[in-house]
Design a protein around this ligand. Sequence first.
Ligand SMILES: [Zn+2]
Length: 266
Amino acid sequence: MVDNSSIRHIHKDIIGRALFYSSIYRRFLNENGFVLAYHSISEEDSNLTCTPSDFRHQCKFLAKYFDVVDIRELLDLIETNSSLDGKAAITFDDGYKDNSDLAADILVNHNLPATFFVATKFIESDHQTWWDKRDGIASQWMTWDDVRALSNAGFTIGGHTQNHVDLGAVNADVAKTEINGCRDDLRRELELNCDVFAFPYGAQNNICDTNLDIVKRAGFASCFSCHGGIVRPGDSVFELARFPISSWHLSEYHLGAQLLRDLIAR
Ligand SMILES: [Zn+2]
Protein backbone atom coordinates (compact mmCIF):
# COMPACT_ATOMS: atom_id res chain seq x y z
CA MET A 1 0.00 0.00 0.00
CA VAL A 2 1.35 3.44 -0.96
CA ASP A 3 0.93 6.03 1.82
CA ASN A 4 0.36 9.77 1.41
CA SER A 5 3.97 10.66 2.12
CA SER A 6 5.19 8.26 -0.60
CA ILE A 7 2.77 9.86 -3.06
CA ARG A 8 4.07 13.34 -2.10
CA HIS A 9 7.64 12.14 -2.66
CA ILE A 10 6.75 10.73 -6.09
CA HIS A 11 5.03 14.03 -7.00
CA LYS A 12 8.15 15.98 -5.99
CA ASP A 13 10.34 13.65 -8.03
CA ILE A 14 8.18 14.21 -11.12
CA ILE A 15 7.99 17.99 -10.55
CA GLY A 16 11.78 18.08 -10.02
CA ARG A 17 12.41 16.30 -13.33
CA ALA A 18 10.09 18.71 -15.17
CA LEU A 19 11.75 21.80 -13.64
CA PHE A 20 15.33 20.66 -14.31
CA TYR A 21 14.86 19.03 -17.72
CA SER A 22 13.18 22.25 -18.93
CA SER A 23 15.75 24.58 -17.22
CA ILE A 24 12.80 26.42 -15.60
CA TYR A 25 14.61 25.87 -12.26
CA ARG A 26 17.00 28.71 -13.11
CA ARG A 27 14.15 31.23 -12.69
CA PHE A 28 13.93 30.26 -9.00
CA LEU A 29 17.58 30.82 -8.11
CA ASN A 30 17.30 34.61 -7.66
CA GLU A 31 20.93 35.24 -6.67
CA ASN A 32 20.69 32.50 -4.02
CA GLY A 33 22.94 29.52 -3.42
CA PHE A 34 22.82 26.51 -1.13
CA VAL A 35 25.02 24.29 1.00
CA LEU A 36 24.47 20.54 1.32
CA ALA A 37 25.37 18.59 4.48
CA TYR A 38 26.21 14.90 4.13
CA HIS A 39 27.34 12.49 6.83
CA SER A 40 28.17 8.90 5.86
CA ILE A 41 28.23 7.50 2.30
CA SER A 42 27.39 3.84 2.80
CA GLU A 43 24.85 1.09 2.27
CA GLU A 44 23.88 1.17 5.96
CA ASP A 45 20.21 1.83 6.62
CA SER A 46 19.99 5.15 8.47
CA ASN A 47 18.54 8.63 8.00
CA LEU A 48 22.06 10.03 8.03
CA THR A 49 23.49 7.86 5.28
CA CYS A 50 23.43 8.30 1.53
CA THR A 51 24.25 5.24 -0.58
CA PRO A 52 27.29 5.42 -2.89
CA SER A 53 24.96 5.01 -5.88
CA ASP A 54 22.70 7.89 -4.76
CA PHE A 55 25.76 10.01 -4.01
CA ARG A 56 27.11 9.41 -7.55
CA HIS A 57 23.76 10.43 -9.04
CA GLN A 58 23.58 13.52 -6.82
CA CYS A 59 27.14 14.58 -7.76
CA LYS A 60 26.33 14.20 -11.46
CA PHE A 61 23.12 16.21 -10.95
CA LEU A 62 24.89 18.99 -9.00
CA ALA A 63 27.69 19.23 -11.59
CA LYS A 64 25.15 19.44 -14.42
CA TYR A 65 22.68 21.97 -13.02
CA PHE A 66 24.65 24.06 -10.49
CA ASP A 67 28.03 25.69 -10.03
CA VAL A 68 29.63 23.79 -7.16
CA VAL A 69 32.38 25.91 -5.59
CA ASP A 70 34.79 25.65 -2.69
CA ILE A 71 33.32 26.87 0.59
CA ARG A 72 35.80 29.77 0.70
CA GLU A 73 34.65 31.05 -2.69
CA LEU A 74 31.06 30.85 -1.48
CA LEU A 75 31.97 32.72 1.72
CA ASP A 76 33.77 35.44 -0.28
CA LEU A 77 30.68 35.97 -2.45
CA ILE A 78 28.38 36.10 0.60
CA GLU A 79 30.66 38.57 2.42
CA THR A 80 31.00 40.86 -0.62
CA ASN A 81 27.24 40.82 -1.19
CA SER A 82 27.75 39.30 -4.64
CA SER A 83 25.21 37.21 -6.52
CA LEU A 84 25.33 33.49 -5.72
CA ASP A 85 23.08 32.56 -8.66
CA GLY A 86 22.98 28.80 -8.27
CA LYS A 87 26.34 28.39 -6.56
CA ALA A 88 26.43 25.32 -4.30
CA ALA A 89 28.83 23.89 -1.74
CA ILE A 90 29.11 20.27 -0.60
CA THR A 91 30.02 19.48 3.00
CA PHE A 92 30.37 16.39 5.21
CA ASP A 93 30.08 16.20 8.98
CA ASP A 94 31.71 14.15 11.72
CA GLY A 95 34.67 12.43 9.99
CA TYR A 96 33.31 9.08 8.78
CA LYS A 97 35.86 6.69 7.26
CA ASP A 98 33.80 6.34 4.08
CA ASN A 99 34.32 10.06 3.42
CA SER A 100 37.94 9.41 2.46
CA ASP A 101 37.46 5.80 1.27
CA LEU A 102 34.45 6.39 -0.99
CA ALA A 103 33.15 9.94 -1.24
CA ALA A 104 36.46 11.59 -2.14
CA ASP A 105 36.93 9.49 -5.32
CA ILE A 106 33.38 10.21 -6.47
CA LEU A 107 33.88 13.94 -5.87
CA VAL A 108 37.20 13.90 -7.77
CA ASN A 109 35.58 12.02 -10.68
CA HIS A 110 33.02 14.82 -10.99
CA ASN A 111 35.61 17.55 -10.32
CA LEU A 112 33.63 18.78 -7.30
CA PRO A 113 35.17 20.60 -4.32
CA ALA A 114 33.94 19.77 -0.81
CA THR A 115 34.51 20.52 2.86
CA PHE A 116 34.86 17.95 5.65
CA PHE A 117 33.90 19.12 9.16
CA VAL A 118 35.48 16.67 11.61
CA ALA A 119 34.88 16.02 15.30
CA THR A 120 38.58 15.81 16.09
CA LYS A 121 38.39 13.28 18.95
CA PHE A 122 36.44 10.88 16.71
CA ILE A 123 39.44 10.71 14.34
CA GLU A 124 41.46 7.49 14.88
CA SER A 125 39.05 6.47 17.65
CA ASP A 126 36.62 3.59 18.05
CA HIS A 127 33.97 5.91 19.47
CA GLN A 128 30.43 4.71 18.82
CA THR A 129 27.94 7.56 18.45
CA TRP A 130 24.52 7.25 20.06
CA TRP A 131 22.81 7.67 16.68
CA ASP A 132 24.83 4.89 15.03
CA LYS A 133 24.16 2.62 18.03
CA ARG A 134 20.44 3.41 17.68
CA ASP A 135 20.56 2.39 14.01
CA GLY A 136 22.69 -0.73 14.62
CA ILE A 137 25.70 0.71 12.76
CA ALA A 138 29.35 0.39 13.85
CA SER A 139 30.80 3.93 13.66
CA GLN A 140 34.06 3.99 11.71
CA TRP A 141 36.25 7.09 11.58
CA MET A 142 39.03 8.42 9.41
CA THR A 143 42.62 8.46 10.60
CA TRP A 144 44.59 11.72 10.65
CA ASP A 145 46.45 10.41 7.58
CA ASP A 146 43.06 10.13 5.83
CA VAL A 147 42.19 13.72 6.80
CA ARG A 148 45.62 14.94 5.65
CA ALA A 149 45.14 13.11 2.33
CA LEU A 150 41.80 14.91 1.82
CA SER A 151 43.47 18.23 2.59
CA ASN A 152 46.42 17.47 0.28
CA ALA A 153 43.92 16.57 -2.48
CA GLY A 154 42.55 20.13 -2.25
CA PHE A 155 39.49 19.53 -0.07
CA THR A 156 38.79 21.94 2.79
CA ILE A 157 38.85 20.69 6.39
CA GLY A 158 36.79 22.37 9.08
CA GLY A 159 35.97 22.04 12.77
CA HIS A 160 32.97 20.32 14.38
CA THR A 161 34.11 20.41 18.08
CA GLN A 162 36.21 17.62 19.61
CA ASN A 163 33.51 15.24 20.89
CA HIS A 164 30.40 16.40 19.02
CA VAL A 165 28.86 18.19 22.01
CA ASP A 166 25.58 20.09 21.83
CA LEU A 167 26.71 23.74 21.96
CA GLY A 168 23.18 24.76 22.91
CA ALA A 169 23.35 22.66 26.08
CA VAL A 170 26.94 22.65 27.42
CA ASN A 171 28.24 25.49 29.58
CA ALA A 172 30.87 28.00 28.40
CA ASP A 173 33.79 26.13 30.04
CA VAL A 174 33.00 22.89 28.21
CA ALA A 175 32.33 24.83 24.99
CA LYS A 176 35.73 26.58 25.24
CA THR A 177 37.54 23.26 25.72
CA GLU A 178 35.65 21.64 22.83
CA ILE A 179 35.98 24.55 20.37
CA ASN A 180 39.54 25.69 21.17
CA GLY A 181 40.64 22.05 21.47
CA CYS A 182 39.17 21.29 18.04
CA ARG A 183 40.96 24.26 16.49
CA ASP A 184 44.26 23.22 18.17
CA ASP A 185 43.88 19.56 17.05
CA LEU A 186 43.35 20.69 13.43
CA ARG A 187 46.34 23.06 13.54
CA ARG A 188 48.61 20.44 15.10
CA GLU A 189 47.63 17.55 12.82
CA LEU A 190 47.24 19.42 9.53
CA GLU A 191 49.61 22.37 10.09
CA LEU A 192 46.91 24.54 8.54
CA ASN A 193 44.64 27.28 9.80
CA CYS A 194 41.24 25.59 9.40
CA ASP A 195 38.85 28.48 9.96
CA VAL A 196 35.45 27.06 8.94
CA PHE A 197 33.21 25.52 11.60
CA ALA A 198 29.89 23.65 11.67
CA PHE A 199 28.15 23.21 15.00
CA PRO A 200 27.07 19.65 15.95
CA TYR A 201 23.42 18.62 15.46
CA GLY A 202 22.92 21.95 13.68
CA ALA A 203 19.39 22.94 14.72
CA GLN A 204 18.62 26.45 15.97
CA ASN A 205 18.60 25.28 19.59
CA ASN A 206 21.97 23.47 19.26
CA ILE A 207 23.98 26.67 19.70
CA CYS A 208 23.61 29.65 22.06
CA ASP A 209 25.01 33.17 21.64
CA THR A 210 27.70 32.69 24.32
CA ASN A 211 29.05 29.58 22.65
CA LEU A 212 28.86 31.17 19.19
CA ASP A 213 31.06 33.99 20.58
CA ILE A 214 33.57 31.31 21.65
CA VAL A 215 33.60 29.99 18.05
CA LYS A 216 34.42 33.52 16.83
CA ARG A 217 37.10 34.13 19.46
CA ALA A 218 38.72 30.75 18.67
CA GLY A 219 39.58 32.15 15.23
CA PHE A 220 36.91 30.44 13.14
CA ALA A 221 35.76 32.83 10.41
CA SER A 222 32.37 31.24 9.69
CA CYS A 223 29.81 28.94 11.30
CA PHE A 224 27.30 26.63 9.60
CA SER A 225 24.09 25.11 10.93
CA CYS A 226 22.37 22.03 9.55
CA HIS A 227 18.88 23.32 8.84
CA GLY A 228 17.40 25.42 6.06
CA GLY A 229 20.04 25.28 3.34
CA ILE A 230 19.68 28.42 1.28
CA VAL A 231 22.39 31.09 1.51
CA ARG A 232 22.06 34.63 0.18
CA PRO A 233 24.40 37.53 -0.58
CA GLY A 234 25.05 39.49 2.62
CA ASP A 235 24.03 36.68 5.04
CA SER A 236 25.92 36.65 8.36
CA VAL A 237 28.80 34.21 7.86
CA PHE A 238 28.28 33.00 11.44
CA GLU A 239 24.67 32.01 10.78
CA LEU A 240 24.85 30.09 7.53
CA ALA A 241 22.31 27.42 6.66
CA ARG A 242 22.94 23.95 5.26
CA PHE A 243 20.49 21.49 3.73
CA PRO A 244 20.77 18.08 5.45
CA ILE A 245 20.83 15.18 2.99
CA SER A 246 18.57 12.36 4.05
CA SER A 247 18.17 8.82 2.80
CA TRP A 248 14.47 9.51 2.15
CA HIS A 249 15.17 11.48 -1.04
CA LEU A 250 13.77 9.28 -3.82
CA SER A 251 16.17 10.60 -6.41
CA GLU A 252 18.42 13.56 -7.18
CA TYR A 253 15.40 15.25 -8.82
CA HIS A 254 13.39 14.83 -5.63
CA LEU A 255 16.29 16.48 -3.79
CA GLY A 256 16.34 19.24 -6.44
CA ALA A 257 12.59 19.84 -5.99
CA GLN A 258 13.10 20.17 -2.22
CA LEU A 259 15.89 22.70 -2.78
CA LEU A 260 13.73 24.73 -5.15
CA ARG A 261 10.88 24.69 -2.64
CA ASP A 262 13.25 26.14 -0.02
CA LEU A 263 14.53 28.72 -2.51
CA ILE A 264 10.98 29.89 -3.16
CA ALA A 265 10.18 29.94 0.57
CA ARG A 266 13.11 32.26 1.43
ZN1 LIG B 1 27.78 16.14 13.36
